[in-house]
Write a protein that binds this ligand. Structure first.
Ligand code: PLP
Length: 461
């Protein structure tokens, strides 16, 4: 048997078995046909010339010409004078399955919470920032740097958090990571498995991340004032994961009295993991600073660019109490030896040049209009729904009267190509969830929002 990679044209493995009874030209034709059918050779790919492929495979040129002619006659290849031989567009027998991301794109209107306006990603500003940052950075940054992240990036993040969130951020206490999700995962690997509490309802993904790390989080109820701190104190938990600035999913803000109580609880030897996931967006309510600024020794502050730039960047950070810096940095190092320095370089520059702030100001104005469009459309077309948590963030929740068949609404909306997420997965006991939806509005135009709510009203009716 001979296996060859080609030296010119696409990288391609072709197996020819000289001991097999099947003629070599047929083996070659079969191999190429399979590669085209399974998508290994994509449409329009230029194949090596017959001379080059013959030399690579150690066969006569006539044999390759014969195989190419056969496949051209079958419609798998296109042969044009001057442009060589290319792969034709054919139905692939086992095209790779669409991944979840692609499947999502098949909704015309997607109210799934959690996405900023992806079309507004500041491509030019990012490229400029990367170019400038690359021109200035010393070469050693391209090596294995400290898993905590580049110091320039940590200094830029510290300055930003101090300015905008009142976080007491010493760059030495910052670990840059791959989004809030990795922050939770790294922390989870260090936490006692029996004593971690989480808001109920809370972000379903974070519950799964904890569970994946062997932690079954203790559910602590949330009411109109946010996390029930008295219930937390009774729960026996030593650590709590919370979203004080904009509770996920309900959107309520932790009240002043509860904030004080939570800080007292933390100071009594406990730890709060503060997930500040969308605090940059606040429309008609007073700003609330981060809890971390009040109790930096007891609070782990977690944030990311997933709501400000794009979730696909996977840039996040933790600001840690001194005693956790070493263990978390070690976990980060063991997980992936640190996040991409390219992204850190660009992000740091975006921050220090003020372009990040500018982008946020622009997005805030746009999201306010979108949120208002959603509120108006809900009031007009779905008056039976009660709106919660609209004063901040990039999503709000709607509740329907008890007994409302929310699952049917979600299914009917999906058939109209409108995607909405029910609240149920956010509850520790999904069966106990009230009928409701989370509606993300940042990645939809105002007219899509109105069309989508009209569809929801039809699905509900
Ligand atoms: C509650 C909450 N925290 C954090 C995040 C961000 O996670 P990441 O930074 O890993 O994208 C989200 C995103 O939807 C969220 O809903």
């Amino acid at each position: 048997m001979m296996i060859s990679g080609t030296t010119s044209g696409p990288e391609l493995l072709v197996e020819l078995d000289r001991a097999a009874p099947e003629p070599l030209h047929r083996q070659l034709a079969n191999g190429l046909r399979d590669a085209i059918r399974t998508g290994r050779l994509a449409p329009a790919t230029r194949l090596p010339s017959t001379r080059v492929l013959a030399a690579d495979l150690g066969v006569s040129r006539r044999l390759v010409v014969e195989a190419y002619s056969q496949l051209t006659a079958e419609g798998f290849l296109l042969s044009r004078h001057g442009s060589g031989t290319r792969v034709a567009t054919v139905d692939t027998a086992s095209a790779p399955e669409r991944d979840a991301g692609e499947a999502m794109r098949h909704f015309d209107i997607d109210f799934a919470p959690g996405s900023p306006d992806l079309g507004s990603f500041p491509r030019h500003a990012w490229l400029r920032a990367l170019r400038q940052g690359l021109a200035e950075i010393e070469s050693h940054a391209f090596g294995y740097v400290a898993p905590q992240g580049l110091l320039t990036a940590r200094v830029a993040v510290a300055d930003y958090l101090r300015r905008t969130r009142g976080v007491l951020a010493d760059p030495q206490h910052i670990v840059l990571c791959s989004g809030a999700t990795q922050a939770i995962a790294l922390l989870a690997s260090l936490l006692p498995t029996q004593a971690v509490a989480m808001e109920d309802p809370g972000f379903w993904l974070h519950r799964m991340v904890l569970q994946h790390n062997g932690i079954e989080p203790i559910p602590v109820p949330v009411d109109d004032d946010g996390l029930d701190v008295a219930a937390l104190a009774d729960s026996g938990a030593t650590t709590v994961l919370a979203t004080p600035a904009h509770q996920s999913p309900t959107g309520v803000v932790l009240s002043a009295a509860r904030r004080t109580a939570l800080v007292q609880w933390a100071r009594a030897g406990h730890v709060v993991i503060e997930d500040d996931y969308d605090a940059e967006y606040r429309y008609d309510r007073a700003p609330v600073g981060a809890l971390q600024g009040i109790a930096p020794d007891r609070v782990v502050y977690v944030g990311s660019v997933s709501k400000t730039l794009a979730p696909g960047l996977r840039i996040g950070w933790m600001v840690l109490p001194a005693n956790l810096v070493g263990p978390v940095a070690l976990s980060k190092g063991l997980a992936d030896t640190g996040s991409s320095v390219m992204d850190q370089i660009a992000f740091a520059k975006l921050l220090t040049t003020g372009r990040y702030d500018r982008h946020l100001r622009q997005m805030r104005r746009r999201y306010l209009l979108r949120r208002n469009a959603l509120l108006r459309a809900l009031a007009r077309y779905l008056p039976e729904a009660t709106v919660l948590g609209a004063a901040a963030g990039v999503h709000l929740t709607v509740r329907f009267p008890d007994g409302f068949p929310i699952g049917e609404l979600v299914d009917r909306a999906a058939r109209m190509r409108v995607r909405v997420e029910p609240l149920a997965p956010c509850y520790a006991e999904s069966g106990s969830a009230p009928p409701g939806l989370m509606l993300g509005y940042a990645n939809l135009t105002e007219s899509q929002i109105v069309t989508g709510v009209c569809a929801l009203a039809r699905a509900a009716g």
